[in-house]
Design a protein around this ligand. Structure first.
Ligand SMILES: NC(=O)c1ccc[n+]([C@@H]2O[C@H](COP(=O)([O-])OP(=O)(O)OC[C@H]3O[C@@H](n4cnc5c(N)ncnc54)[C@H](OP(=O)(O)O)[C@@H]3O)[C@@H](O)[C@H]2O)c1
Length: 223
């Protein structure tokens, strides 16, 4: 039997790269979706797939490649994300900055699910990498575009879970915690390994019938 196939978006660095590395270690065949393939440092057992999740044409050509080359996909990790407004307050947020953030953090994952769900069968799993910043139960004034985009991603997760349940495909959102990456910064309390463990729980540990939740470290957290 061939190895299950996983696609991780935003795998050039940070959590995406670590998740791709770990999935290969776990025996998956792994496609690392990256915007600049030439800049990607190779990872054993990981194939690079050119992919910009803010560009519908790039998503379409990645899906066409996977369909032609493999004919199926077992796991999709929507990890790619941007954080552009750490110093912007909601009352100064421009429509352009909000749109740009939504394109990558929320619309991109939806378009990815639309493009790749047709290649997934029963037991398929989609994981959307969200953030505590998107929890409506924990409102704050920090990075409004980023937080709105992650709240939107959570809503997309719930709707995708309902839409894909009849086909036996699980869709969950995860928060990796505050992790030491380029985005999280060097002062973050959590390691790459801890963040990746949280992202990988719905892929490696959760019962395949679990769908439509927001999780951190394998525990359900409030929306
Ligand atoms: N670090 C944290 O503390 C933390 C906390 C909560 C949630 N998260 C979430 O975890 C995920 C990964 O974060 P990270 O900390 O690893 O961030 P990071 O170090 O800034 O890396 C972001 C990754 O996303 C890629 N990316 C950005 N826009 C893209 C696009 N349009 N198409 C394809 N790839 C794109 C980047 O590629 P390039 O190299 O091409 O720029 C890079 O590989 C994000 O969704 C983030 O919101 C992180």
């Amino acid at each position: 039997m061939s190895a299950p196939l996983a696609l991780v978006t935003g795998s050039s660095r940070g959590l995406g790269r670590e998740v791709a590395r770990r999935l290969a270690e776990e025996g998956f065949e792994v496609l690392a979706g990256v915007r600049t393939p030439a800049a990607m440092k190779p990872l054993p057992g990981v194939e690079v797939l050119p992919l910009d999740v803010s560009d519908p044409a790039s998503i379409a050509s990645a899906a066409a490649f996977v369909k032609a080359q493999y004919g199926h996909l077992d796991v999709l990790v929507n990890n790619a994300g941007i954080l552009l407004d750490q110093t912007t307050g909601l009352l100064d947020l421009t429509a352009d900055l909000l749109r740009q953030t939504l394109e990558t953090n929320a619309i991109g994952p939806l378009l990815m699910a639309q493009a790749f769900a047709p290649l997934m069968g029963k037991g398929g799993r989609i994981v959307n990498v969200s953030s505590a910043g998107g929890q409506l139960s924990r409102p704050s004034t920090w990075s409004p575009a980023y937080c709105i985009s992650k709240t939107t991603l959570n809503a997309i997760t719930v709707q995708l879970a309902v839409a894909l349940k009849p086909r036996g495909i699980a869709v969950n959102a995860v928060c990796p915690g505050w992790v030491r990456t380029d985005m999280g910064g060097p002062g973050a309390p959590r390691s790459l390994q801890q963040g990746a463990d949280s992202i990988l729980w719905p892929v490696l540990k959760a019962d395949p019938t679990i769908t439509g939740g927001l999780w951190q470290d394998g525990k359900r957290i409030d929306w």
